[in-house]
Design a protein around this ligand. Structure first.
Ligand code: OGA
Ligand code: MN
Length: 293
């Protein structure tokens, strides 16, 4: 296995590795360490059946089963069909709820941050990619943390953000029906520290599109402040833009990156991804207060 950087501050393409090789515990450890070190890993030219894809993803930990049964792969409930192609082969019309959902991923976000224990990683395997558009951008949030000046660092180390699925769904660029009371009860708002300590001792800024506002502050003004901060922290030369090829398998660490889909013509070009999500194991750890007294 050999690594070559994708971007000057993070991300690596992995050479000389076939993802059908699900090896042993030592291999799983090597891959998990590479993911937390590099934050984004790309494997190109992978030929995987659905079962082989799931087996590879399991090396990284337990896989989440996402709530929407209609988006699950019929034979492999761990696989989420991230696709604009309907079962009859036709493309999703632009006003279809699935198209609205897909466009929703074009806001900077980190997956399932609205959960008490957010996921660890997301893995996409490209079966069909559009000839133009539909890239995915990743922002290095460890570099974002490192760009904060001491005053801001100190102020943010005392802040927590309210992550809300109901909010992010309502902020989707499109119209989705509001959640029922029963659905809402399954995804209550969660509070996480804005600055996060990672298991390897590094730190990241943990924000993104599920953040509604800062805890204990005025909703409208702190929401505005969060969006401004996100914009700044994703425009400091810390973004890798991935142009997909068929048979790419790409995974990212949701603890230390934000990501977003760049637009494509959903009703014109096929974009079919298999997705698995690796569950987190611990809640979001705050930074050590001693770091800045
Ligand atoms: C996701 C997501 C982006 C993409 O599946 O969580 O944000 O490029 N996908 O499809
Ligand atoms: Mn996502």
């Amino acid at each position: 296995m050999r690594f070559e950087p994708l971007h000057e501050s993070f991300g690596a393409r992995v050479f000389d590795f076939d993802c059908r090789n699900c090896g042993d515990a030592a291999l799983a450890l090597t891959l998990k360490k590479a993911l937390s070190d590099w934050q984004v890993l790309l494997f190109r030219g992978q030929d995987l059946t659905d079962a082989e894809f799931v087996a590879f993803c399991r090396l990284f930990g337990e896989l989440e089963i996402l709530p929407e049964p209609e988006k699950r792969h019929p034979a492999h409930p761990e696989i989420f069909n991230l696709s604009n192609v309907r079962p009859d082969g036709s493309l999703t019309p632009n006003d279809d709820p699935q198209a609205v959902f897909l466009r929703g991923t074009s806001r900077w976000h980190t997956d399932s941050s609205f959960r008490h224990v957010p996921c660890l990683a997301t893995i996409l395997y490209a079966l069909d990619v559009p000839p133009e558009g539909g890239d995915t951008e990743f922002a290095n949030m460890i570099a974002a943390f490192e760009s904060l000046d001491p005053t801001e660092l100190e102020a943010l180390s005392r802040r927590a953000a309210v992550h809300s699925y109901a909010y992010s769904r309502s902020a989707n660029p499109g119209r989705l029906p509001p959640l029922s009371a029963e659905e809402l009860a399954k995804v209550p708002d969660t509070v996480h520290p804005v600055l996060r300590r990672l298991p390897d001792g590094r730190h990241s800024v943990f924000l993104g599109g599920h953040v509604s506002h800062l805890e204990g502050e005025d909703v409208a003004s702190s929401r505005h402040q969060v969006r401004e901060l996100e914009t700044r922290l994703t425009t400091i030369g810390n973004v890798y833009r991935h142009r997909w090829q068929r048979k790419d398998l790409l995974l990212w660490d949701n603890r230390s990156t934000l990501h977003r889909l760049t637009g494509y013509q959903i009703d014109k070009y096929r974009r079919v991804m298999r997705r698995c999500t690796v569950a987190g194991t611990t809640g979001v750890e705050p930074v050590d207060k001693e770091l800045w007294g």
